[in-house]
Design a protein around this ligand. Structure first.
Ligand code: UD1
Ligand code: CA
Length: 475
């Protein structure tokens, strides 16, 4: 395979995001912008990736490593322009073999297909390829000065004449170079311009003067719209969500109301999955064949087995692993826990830090008490076990296979296989306790007219008053 290096520029502060976090770490579809750029570069066949980051941006470097441990990171200590930024990665392209693609980390929606088209044009003979588009408002962008199919120069907005500013075709920032061309033009770029920066875009006019060939490749605004503000971040999210929804539906997922389903870049679906309206998939979710995700569920870092049923109103947190045909119903939260094949937790439960065996039943209101205020502990429920409604399982604790926990129990000790555990107060029944069968309402609770006037406190006081006589009569 031919050598393809991608240089991703990510040194910007992104002041217009009004955030303490570097701009390129803001997520789109659950993945930081810089992760998208790295991903696109890799899926377009780059065998080397170099990311240029700002000083002190260790978090950006960490995000890059997470996405692609093989990518190398270069630091640009002073922000002297895009040409200067590319120069920081010089060690990566100095040898002059193959092609180089320059991407901006704040332009995360570029597709691998576009990168592949740049490479095709370079391989067909072009020395430089610039991806251009026609934005609704070209203000601020570099204009592409063309003569026929030939690209003569890129004029930055601040340096452009009135006439040049009327050009609608602008630079997206994404460019391709033959490595040897980049290595020879990069040192000829100066900073004699309106911004006093080393513009990478000057490479085009320099190449033209050297009788090298630069061409433009046009794409849509959706794909190359840069993100500078939170509002543009939301626009990009919308574009990406539709790409993800369309891809899921193309792969056979039924999205009943796709506009209400939010996906992550890495969401994975099997065949014949149905997703009802208003479901959010955070990062790291895998849904196997034939599973149904009912309305209003929220999933993150979870694995849902074949034919399982989730929700409505379920919450699966990181480490939730649901077996085949298992059921997690309304108002059930699962975190760092495995639910075995065919096991059920149909209503109102918290299953955190533990495991539920095959075919077990977790009754309504069951809580895995996993936290003692200091540390987390595990709860294990065996195969075919039955946990009665409203039980608290105080971890660390084990319920054996086929064991039965009576409703309303607080379980603090292990329950052996096949045993019945009851951990609750015994019911006390007192015959003939109310003389007429129905208890009379407490008379004292009736507020006197004078007390009624003491406005703000009355509500509290009246409950106190009704509570007191109750206690007395019980004795
Ligand atoms: C740049 C282009 C312009 C194009 C526009 C598209 C240049 C000179 N101009 O302008 O033609 O229309 O993008 O959005 O390239 N960066 C660094 N180090 C630097 C400077 C920038 O890493 O010293 C990075 C930024 O983080 C950003 C990208 O390069 O990801 C673009 O920089 P920016 O200053 O925003 O360039 P524009 O003025 O928008
Ligand atoms: Ca910009």
């Amino acid at each position: 395979m031919a050598e393809l290096l991608s240089i991703i520029l990510a040194a910007g502060e992104g002041t217009r995001m009004r955030s303490a976090m570097p701009k390129v770490l803001h997520p789109v579809g659950g993945l930081p912008m810089v992760g998208h750029a790295v991903r696109a570069a890799r899926s377009a066949g780059s065998n080397r990736i170099a990311v240029v980051i700002g000083p002190g941006h260790e978090a950006v470097s960490a995000a890059v490593a997470l996405q692609d441990p093989q990518a190398s990171v270069f630091t640009q200590n002073e922000r002297l322009g895009t040409g200067h930024a590319v120069k920081q990665a010089r060690a990566a392209f100095d040898a002059g073999h193959g092609n180089v693609i320059v991407l901006y980390a704040d332009t995360p929606l570029v597709t691998s297909a576009t990168i592949a088209s740049i490479v095709a044009k370079l391989d067909a003979g072009a020395d430089i390829v610039v991806v251009g588009f026609e934005p609704s408002d070209p203000t601020g962008y570099g204009r592409l000065l063309t003569e026929g199919s030939r690209l003569m120069a890129i004029r930055e907005h601040k340096d452009a004449s009135e006439d040049e500013r009327r050009i609608g075709l602008v630079n997206s920032g994404i460019m391709g170079f033959k490595s040897a061309v980049l290595a020879s033009v990069i040192d000829r770029i100066d900073n004699k311009n309106a911004k006093g920066e080393f513009y990478l875009t000057d490479a085009v006019a320099i190449a033209d003067a050297m009788a090298l060939e630069a061409v433009a490749l046009e794409t849509t605004e959706d794909e190359v719209h840069g993100i500078n503000t939170k509002s543009q971040l939301a626009d990009a999210e919308d574009v990406l969500q539709w790409r993800l929804r369309d891809a899921a539906m193309d792969a056979g997922v039924t999205l009943i109301a796709p506009e209400t389903v939010f996906l992550s870049t890495d969401t994975k679906f099997g065949r014949d999955v149905t997703v009802e309206p208003n479901v959010v998939f955070g990062p790291g979710v895998v849904i196997e064949d034939e599973a149904v995700i009912h309305a209003f569920s929220h999933l993150e870092g979870a694995h849902v087995g074949k034919g399982a049923s989730v929700g409505p109103f379920a919450r699966l947190r990181p480490g939730a692993k649901l077996g085949a045909k298992s059921r997690v119903g309304n108002f059930v939260e699962v975190k760092a826990a495995e639910i075995g094949d065919g096991a059920k937790a149909n209503h109102l439960a918290y299953i955190g830090d533990g495991s539920v065996g095959e075919g077990a039943n977790i009754g309504a209101g069951t809580i895995f008490c996993n936290y003692d205020g200091k540390e987390k502990h595990r709860t294990t429920v065996g195969k075919g076990a039955f946990v009665g409604s409203n039980s608290a399982l105080v971890a660390p604790v084990k319920i054996g296979d086929g064991a039965y926990v009576g409703s309303g129990s607080v379980i603090t000790e292990n329950v052996p296989s096949g045993a019945l555990a009851l951990g609750r107060g015994r019911q006390v029944t007192k015959a003939g306790w109310t003389p007429g069968g129905v208890k009379k309402p407490a008379v004292k609770a009736e507020a006197k007219p004078a007390e009624k006037k003491a406005a703000p406190k009355t509500a509290k006081e009246s409950t106190k008053q009704t509570a007191k006589p109750k206690k007395k009569t019980k004795r």
